[in-house]
Design a protein around this ligand. Sequence first.
Ligand SMILES: C[S@@+](CC[C@H](N)C(=O)[O-])C[C@H]1O[C@@H](n2cnc3c(N)ncnc32)[C@H](O)[C@@H]1O
Length: 262
Amino acid sequence: MPIISNAVPASFDRLARTYDAEFTHSAIAQWLRARVWQRLDALFSPGMRVLEIGCGTGEDALHLAQRGVEVVATDASLVMLAVAAQKILAAGLTATFHHFDLNDPQNWKLDSIFDGVYSNFGPLNCTHHWKPLADFLEQKTTAQAYLAFGVMGRFCLWETLWHGFHLDWRTATRRWSGKSTAQVHDGNPFTVYYPSSRQLAQAFAPVFSPVRKTGLGVFLPPSDIFPVIETRPTLMNLLMNLESRLAPPVLADHYWLELQKI
Ligand SMILES: C[S@@+](CC[C@H](N)C(=O)[O-])C[C@H]1O[C@@H](n2cnc3c(N)ncnc32)[C@H](O)[C@@H]1O
């Protein structure tokens, strides 16, 4: 089946309506997001202006706006942006929203200069234009700005073991070549890229330098396996406990990479 370049937003438009029910509100996703918030809160203080790439339904934007951070949230999916904007409005808060497609570098236009940039749970996996993004962010960030990215890694132990055990070799090994084809909610297929943290850091060098790297979802599984664990609370608590003590950036579903402008 052909891979259509604009299939990404169309697929995420469909996903937007069910994303919170299926993912955001699940116990494991909430737990993982709370860990991300610890890092966002450490990096971004009230009064700072930050750019979010691939904001989805706006959970992180809402969290930061509640803390008094000025958020400019972007996404390639207009439906995701609409859901996020509605959420911020309903909370009586403000944020700015822009349509921004990572696969369309010629049209990247944003007026502001940002004190920091973040992207959580995989938007950077939907492109391979990391170097143009780095060049763009160099122009759009203040001195010593932090970038913080949650990115799907190349090797996910849970995914390989679980799907390998179920003899689904295609899913078990889908990340290993660095890219795979994904389909969301019967939408058109699109390409997902799995840069290693080193590859991503190289794209942002020499202007941005890595300062922190952890795993997100080492002991806890990827979202398609959440129900298996969430229906076993004792096991889930054990895995959360392990994850909070040890979260190496390898073999995880996502890694969390922080870089600083130097
Ligand atoms: C897995 S969701 C993550 C959403 C949100 N960051 C979160 O933490 O829940 C991935 C997001 O990336 C967005 N996205 C996908 N392709 C994109 C692209 N080419 N440019 C910008 N955003 C994109 C999707 O629309 C979707 O909102």
